[in-house]
Design a protein around this ligand. Structure first.
Ligand code: ARG
Length: 501
């Protein structure tokens, strides 16, 4: 509250304002702005109000404060909520500002709200409350991405596509098989995010500064009212721990690394004419009007750098911190917010690019046997006929070395026969019929033959997609269950508050 005796310049009065927590001794000074997290705390305003309400209800239920005192505090919190973040008094952070605002409204009794807690367990609770919701949103985005991948994969289960290793033509595959490879990776990303949600969702409240409290509090009740699955056992751990932010950010960094690989593949496939991003996900050149550039995918790829940076920032801030609260922690939190926002957005954008992009089956097919990429299939056919695989490999390598990279199937067949004479001393057709050979050399035949579990044959892809769809549905249920539990807790909290106001 401003000591406004005689000061008519409101700005001056504000800058030197003492607050409920700091009083005049620590009210101002040149480092005030540096110390404040109030602006960044906008993100946890709603969380802090929920935490204040649950704590106040519990204090009243345990007779630590009187019911009418709780009623006054809870009514003031409603007012503070209605007024919004911009109406908060100046303060070192949102916790202090809300407390000041409550005291401004109801007088000293407002100060009872902070009984049996500290800002240390309070801020940790606020971060966990908000972060679990943000992680659920990110997990939801991964579900949409998987849906886009699985749908496009099903549509293109037999669209033959050149497959690459070392960015060299390697073996023919299909668009469906290629896309479901990423669906598999994103499946693990979702699982990691859900695990991070669950480890985030435990209550540090009641840990107080680090050493618990003399009051007869009920930590479990507060946890229930806030939708937490349990409590962080040790009071010092409760106030200190930020490993849940590391875990979530690491999961997001892994997700964005997945996105960056997918983006690069799609960018390359766009360059080769196999894939075309829709206009909504493309841009053009300011000078070269003919260009359709996959800018969204390039930006999504870059997000992996930002999120990896956030993870490094977090770990570097946390490394070597002693136990209990240190103000360093204030600068750790924004890394987690940035990472979850950027990763979620990039995931949504890549999902949109996949869902709306078009695959050119003809362009894909035209290159599907480029670089003699069906040669492995011939080696397999020879091995199936009893020729040791290593001998077959040598034979095919010789034929391939003698053929130009863009050789057609006929030239390659002739080369193979010549190589067989050399390596085996007999015609290749002693082992593989003309028909078998032409099937092996045909990209669609080559793909169809690779029906091992997880392989590119359309039926194998269909089986994989069925399994992946099941897991996708399970994950969707897992996200919905968690959201439901959180809204049920929200309803419980407002019922509990309604007992007083
Ligand atoms: N603004 C602080 C943060 O974000 C809140 C906790 C302050 N606690 C303290 N003991 N100074 O971490």
């Amino acid at each position: 509250m401003a000591d406004d005796g005689g000061a008519d310049d409101a700005a001056d009065a504000d800058a030197n304002a003492e607050t409920v927590v700091r009083r005049d001794r620590f009210a101002g000074g040149p480092a005030r702005g540096f110390m404040s997290s109030l602006a960044a705390d906008r993100r946890i305003l709603a969380a802090d109000l929920a935490v204040d309400r649950a704590h106040t209800v519990m204090l009243a239920e345990r007779d630590v404060i009187a019911d009418d005192e709780a009623a006054e505090i809870l009514a003031a919190l409603d007012d503070v909520e209605a007024a919004g973040h911009d109406a908060l008094p100046d303060g070192e952070d949102v916790h202090e500002a809300i407390e000041s605002a409550v005291v401004d409204r109801v007088g000293p009794v407002g100060g009872k709200m902070h009984t049996a807690r500290s800002r240390n367990d309070e801020v940790a609770a606020c971060i966990r409350l908000r972060y679990r919701a943000d992680l659920l949103d990110a997990a939801e985005a991964t579900l949409a991405l998987r849906e886009a991948l699985l749908d496009a994969a099903a549509d293109h289960a037999d669209t033959v596509l050149p497959g690459f290793t070392h960015r060299q033509y390697a073996q023919p595959t299909t668009v469906g098989h290629f896309l479901s490879s990423y669906a598999g990776a994103v499946e693990r990303d979702t699982a990691r995010l859900l695990a991070a949600v669950d480890r985030t969702n435990v209550s540090p409240l009641g840990g107080a500064a680090f050493a618990g409290t003399t009051f007869d509090i009920d930590r479990e009740r507060v946890a229930d009212l806030l939708g937490f699955d349990g409590v962080v056992e040790n009071a010092t751990d409760a106030a200190s721990a930020r490993d849940f932010l590391v875990e979530g950010t690491a999961a997001l960094a892994t997700l964005t690394a997945t996105l960056s690989g997918l983006s690069t593949d799609l960018i390359e496939h766009a360059k080769d004419g196999y894939f075309a991003p829709s206009d909504d996900y493309a841009s053009t050149s300011s000078i070269m009007p003919q260009k359709v550039n996959p800018d969204t995918l390039e930006l999504a790829r870059a997000v992996a750098g930002d999120v990896a940076g956030d993870l490094a920032g977090l770990l570097t801030t946390l490394k070597g911190l002693p136990r209990a609260y240190n103000r360093d922690l204030q600068r750790a939190t924004p890394h987690a917010w940035d990472a979850v926002d950027d990763a979620r957005e990039a995931t949504e954008v890549v999902a949109g690019a996949v869902a709306t992009g078009a695959w050119d089956a003809e362009a894909c097919a035209a290159d599907a046997d480029a670089g003699l990429s069906t040669a492995t299939g011939v080696a397999d056919a020879l091995a199936a006929a009893g020729v040791p695989f290593r001998t077959a490999h040598e034979l095919v390598a010789e034929a391939a070395a003698a053929a130009p990279a863009n050789a057609d199937a006929e030239t390659l067949a002739a080369n193979l026969d010549a190589a067989a004479q050399e390596v085996l001393g007999e015609s290749i057709h002693k082992h593989v019929s003309r028909e078998e050979l032409s099937t092996a050399l045909d990209p669609a035949g080559s793909v169809a033959a690779r029906g091992s579990r997880g392989g590119p044959a359309p039926e194998a892809v269909a089986d994989s997609l069925a399994r992946m769809t099941e897991t996708h549905d399970d994950h969707r249920t897992a996200v919905a269950d968690r959201r439901e539990a959180l809204s049920a807790a929200e309803a419980d909290l407002s019922d509990a508050v309604a007992e007083y106001v």
